[in-house]
Design a protein around this ligand. Structure first.
Ligand SMILES: NC(=O)c1ccc[n+]([C@@H]2O[C@H](COP(=O)([O-])OP(=O)(O)OC[C@H]3O[C@@H](n4cnc5c(N)ncnc54)[C@H](OP(=O)(O)O)[C@@H]3O)[C@@H](O)[C@H]2O)c1
Length: 234
């Protein structure tokens, strides 16, 4: 079994000031700027945070009363060509299908989830993996995605908090930014990377340009490679 991590590409649509919620951007079809570029990035899976996935999962909360203890073992419901992965540590996304579009759903959980929630996932044949007891080890999560589902490349599609946690853990290899020609300016909304409150010991992640394309007249699609060990290199 291959125990290395998949190649990780983070893909986002951002305003010139790095905001990612498009509520006031005034585009007729804002999904296309994200989706049409995302489709050009070859990947076996896309991965999002719990808040973003709740836009795709079931809006109804099922009754999770359960008296059966479900062991904390990874559950592979099925193997698919492509996957939709959600970082959902305490099990807040509910499902009445195990697919988002053509992708099979994989829930990334901590062991603190309830037995009732695990039974809910099993009943709906949603796969799940554990990334830690009370908090997630994202490197372990990536290795499990490769080992259990043969995911070689994963595209992280936001939101800002999930991007920021992978950035902070130094697990991103490429960043693909569709830069929208808007200044948003809303204070307090998520930005492309929400990694840490204030300045800690962390240094910013540096990038090197892989390609730049002008698209849809006034948008830029900038693809960056992460520069490792970049301190004092510029
Ligand atoms: N412009 C774009 O390209 C784009 C793309 C995607 C999404 N969006 C927008 O972004 C917004 C959501 O972004 P967001 O930053 O608020 O939320 P998010 O990243 O989608 O989800 C954040 C949640 O994911 C879980 N999570 C993420 N990293 C974790 C970690 N390392 N350990 C444990 N849990 C972790 C936590 O869930 P719990 O709270 O359950 O613990 C956290 O609250 C939405 O409005 C969406 O539409 C925009």
């Amino acid at each position: 079994m291959d125990s290395s991590k998949p190649y990780v590409i983070c893909h986002m649509l951002g305003s010139v000031d790095g905001r990612i919620k498009q509520d006031i951007w005034g585009f007729k079809d804002h999904h296309k700027y994200f989706e049409e570029t995302a489709e050009k990035i070859a990947a076996d899976a896309w991965l999002v945070g719990r808040v973003t996935m709740q836009e795709f999962s079931s809006p109804t909360t099922p009754d999770l009363n359960n008296t059966v203890i479900v062991s904390r073992e990874d559950f592979v419901a099925l193997k698919s060509a492509t996957y939709a992965v959600v970082i959902d540590p305490s099990g807040k996304c509910f499902w009445d299908t195990n697919m988002v579009s053509t992708e099979h759903v994989i829930e990334v959980l901590t062991e603190s989830v309830s037995d009732g929630y695990l039974e809910h996932l099993r009943n709906n044949k949603v796969s799940y993996i554990f990334g830690g007891k009370d908090s997630l080890n994202l490197e372990l999560v990536l290795r499990k995605l490769r080992q259990l589902f043969d995911i070689q490349t994963v595209r992280i599609d936001g939101g800002g908090h999930v991007n920021g946690s992978f950035l902070k853990a130094n697990l991103i290899d490429e960043f693909s930014l569709v830069l929208a020609p808007v200044a948003d300016g809303t204070i307090g909304t998520p930005t492309v990377f929400e990694a840490e409150e204030g300045y800690g010991n962390r240094m910013a992640t540096q990038f090197k340009i892989k390609s730049v394309d002008r698209i849809y007249d006034d948008f830029l699609w900038i693809r960056y490679l992460v520069v490792r060990d970049s301190v004092n290199s510029r």
